[in-house]
Design a protein around this ligand. Structure first.
Ligand SMILES: C[S@@+](CC[C@H](N)C(=O)[O-])C[C@H]1O[C@@H](n2cnc3c(N)ncnc32)[C@H](O)[C@@H]1O
Length: 340
């Protein structure tokens, strides 16, 4: 690999981006994107990415479970938000009592229809694990971060780990630029997906890569730069990249997009945290790098000619239509899926 810093055109931007993440301590980097509603076990962009990976590996075989896991994600996110809004062990007890009585509110907090519908579905005998009942019983006694709650958050990882084959069906390469401290990779391991793919993750920030290697010494993590990816043309079956493009200059984003299109031969799943249905990108410099709001139509215009098919998934409206969930926490979240 060429030294990321030597990528001549983007030397200054590379330095600024590296500095922006290196200023944090390693422990912060290890945890800041894997907690609360951004926990990859419940965060919708992470769930969708893994769902698309499963679908690419085993077309049509696991769709029902993929959707069940989406529903798990939105229900757990609701619970998490409610507990932030009303901390205290009483909250879970009040919510549980309201559900048992068939009420749609508790302590003046609305219980969303998808949560009630999930509660009702999980009462049925055919459902193997009533994760809502378990979660509420745990949260009556222990906080979100407790070991018992971590086990509830692992519900689907456990099920996937049991149900997915132990051997890869065929060679399938996965690449993750800007992998952070193995933020999403953790869930690939716990759900049994990591054993089915040849994964390579890279990130510009050495502290992130040190964290990732310390956690998963057997996996392939390296320092790398999305401006100059160390991979041959059309060598990657499935690429995913979350929450990076907003932080790049327009020229840097263009370079990153060209690199994604150059190396991916199958599918690229690009997650964005700050998009809008606007005419133009809103370019905003902050702390020496960028924090842009990206126009979905501009992204569509740029990505469509590079692939065979582009699917745009504005997360809030996708969940509203698909799962009757009208309270997704980030209206700017979008996922663009490129099929090459
Ligand atoms: C907002 S974080 C997202 C991390 C991870 N993708 C996630 O969603 O949890 C952005 C990440 O991009 C990395 N990064 C910044 N510029 C980069 C570049 N030019 N090439 C590769 N990674 C970069 C940072 O070090 C940081 O880990």
């Amino acid at each position: 690999m060429s030294d990321p810093i030597s990528t001549h055109c983007f030397k200054e931007e590379t330095n600024a981006l590296r500095e922006a993440w290196m200023r944090h301590d390693a422990q912060f980097l290890d945890g800041y994107l894997v907690s609360g509603v951004e926990d990859p076990r419940i965060h919708f962009p992470s769930l969708l990415t893994r769902g698309l990976m499963v679908e690419s590996l085993f077309p049509g075989q696991h769709r029902a479970k993929i959707w069940q896991e989406y529903r798990f994600g939105i229900c757990m996110s609701y619970l998490q938000r409610v507990l932030v809004q009303r901390p205290g062990l009483q909250t879970a007890a009040h919510l549980l009592r309201a559900l048992e009585r068939g009420q749609s509110q508790f302590k003046a907090i609305e219980i969303p229809s998808y949560f009630i519908a999930t509660w009702e579905d999980l009462q049925r005998e055919s459902v193997p694990e009533n994760y809502l009942l378990k979660a509420l019983n745990v949260l009556r006694e222990d906080p979100w971060k407790s070991q018992a709650m971590q086990e509830v958050l692992e519900t689907f990882a456990r099920q996937w780990h049991r149900e997915l084959p132990t051997e890869p069906p065929y060679a399938f390469s996965v690449m993750e630029p800007a992998c952070g401290s193995a933020n999403d990779y953790r869930a690939l391991v716990s759900s049994g997906l990591a054993r089915l793919v040849q994964y390579q993750g890279f990130d510009l920030c050495p502290k992130n890569i040190d964290n990732a290697i310390a956690m998963f010494p057997e996996a392939s993590f390296s320092i790398g730069n999305v401006f100059d990816v160390d991979a041959a043309d059309k060598s990657v079956d499935f690429l995913y990249l979350h929450d990076l493009f907003e932080h790049l200059s327009p020229e840097g984003m263009e370079q990153g997009i060209c690199e994604v299109a150059r190396i991916t031969r199958g599918m690229a799943c690009l997650g964005f945290f700050n998009t809008a249905m606007a005419q133009e990108h809103q370019i905003q410099k902050r702390d020496g790098y960028h924090w842009n709001r990206l126009s979905l139509s501009r992204l569509q215009e740029r990505l469509e000619p590079l692939c065979q098919e582009l699917q745009m998934i504005p997360v809030a409206s996708f969940l509203r239509h698909g799962l009757d969930c009208a309270d997704y926490h980030n209206p700017g979240s979008a996922i663009l899926v490129m099929q090459f």
